[in-house]
Design a protein around this ligand. Structure first.
Ligand code: LIP
Length: 261
C-alpha cells in the first residue's frame, strides 16, 4: 500500500507543479487534473493487483471491480482534495484502505493516507497502531468542546445538504474553540488521528474519502461512527473524534436537527 501510494505520488507531484502553470491558461487545468486523477488511479490499481492478485476494488474514478478473492477489497481515492489540487492548494492526499470481510461482516483493516507535498505518510493496520512517518499517533486528549478545534466539509454549488449543514455549523460553532475546512476528508481523518483536530464531521461523504482514515483514527485510540453513533459511516455521514468528545459531538449534531422551540 505504501509503495503504491509513493509511486502514484511521483506523478501527482509532477502534475501539481504543472497545474500551477495552468492556473493562468484560458481553458484552465480542469481536464488536466482529471487526467492526473486517472493516471494516479491506474498506477495504484496496477501496484495493488501485483501485490495482492484477486482482491476487489472500489475506486473513486473506476468504481467497483469484483475480485476472485471475495473477502478482500481495496477502497481507494487516488486524489482526495481534487478541488484543492485544481487550485494549486497543497492539501490533497492519496487514500488507500483495505477492507476484509469475515463471518461478522466487512471491516477496515489497513489504511494509508499520503500527502505528497508535505511528505506525510499516515499508516495504520488493525491491532498494530497508527503512525505518521514512523512516529506513533494518538488522538487528542481534550475532554471539553470549548477547547476543541473541529473540522468539517462544506457543501458547495451542486452539492445537496446546504440547509442542514448550516444548522449543524450554527450549533457547533457556538460551542467550540474553532471550526476548520480543509477540502480533503482523508486528511481530516488523518489529522484527527494525529491529534491536530479534536473532531471531524461531514455528511454526503463517499466511502473512498474516509475508508483509510477509519483505521487511522481507530488505531490512534479514536472513534468513528455515523451521525447516529452506528457503523453506517459509508452511507454518507461520519463523525471521527476521541473518547471524551464522542458523545458531546454526537449530541450537538443531533440538537442541530431538532425542531426549534
Ligand atoms: C472531497 C472530500 C471533501 C469534501 C469535498 C470532496 P474529492 O473529495 O475529501 O471532504 O468536502 O466536497 O468530496 O472529491 O476531492 O475526492
Amino acid at each position: 500500500m505504501i509503495a503504491a501510494a509513493r509511486k502514484a505520488a511521483r506523478t501527482l507531484q509532477r502534475d501539481f507543479g504543472e497545474v500551477e502553470n495552468l492556473q493562468v491558461s484560458i481553458k484552465g487545468p480542469g481536464d488536466f487534473v482529471s487526467a492526473a486523477d486517472l493516471r494516479a488511479e491506474a498506477i495504484i490499481r496496477e501496484e495493488l493487483e501485483k501485490a495482492r492478485p484477486g482482491y476487489g476494488f472500489l475506486m473513486e474514478e473506476s468504481g467497483e471491480t469484483a475480485g476472485s478473492d471475495k473477502t478482500h477489497r481495496w477502497i481507494v481515492d487516488p486524489l482526495d482534495g481534487t478541488t484543492n489540487f485544481l487550485h494549486s492548494i497543497p492539501m490533497f492526499a492519496i487514500s488507500i484502505g483495505l477492507e476484509r470481510t469475515t463471518a461478522t461482516g466487512p471491516q477496515m483493516v489497513a489504511g494509508v493516507v499520503y500527502n505528497p507535498i508535505t511528505d506525510e505518510m499516515f499508516v495504520a493496520e488493525k491491532g498494530n497502531g497508527a503512525f505518521l512517518n514512523s512516529r506513533r499517533l494518538r488522538v487528542s486528549a481534550r475532554r471539553d468542546l470549548s477547547q476543541a478545534v473541529v473540522v468539517t466539509g462544506i457543501p458547495h454549488m451542486g452539492r445537496p445538504g446546504q440547509e442542514p449543514f448550516l444548522r449543524e455549523l450554527a450549533t457547533v460553532m457556538d460551542e467550540v474553540a474553532g471550526v476548520r475546512r480543509s477540502g480533503s476528508a482523508a486528511l481530516d481523518m488523518a489529522y484527527v488521528a494525529a491529534g491536530r483536530y479534536d473532531a471531524y464531521w461531514e455528511s454526503g461523504i463517499k466511502p473512498w474519502d474516509i475508508a483509510a482514515g477509519v483505521v487511522l483514527v481507530r488505531e490512534a485510540g479514536g472513534f468513528v461512527s455515523d451521525m447516529n453513533g452506528g457503523e453506517d459511516f459509508f452511507k454518507g455521514s461520519v463523525i471521527a473524534t476521541n473518547d471524551p468528545l464522542q458523545k458531546p459531538m454526537g449530541a450537538l449534531l443531533k440538537k442541530a436537527h431538532q425542531p426549534r422551540a
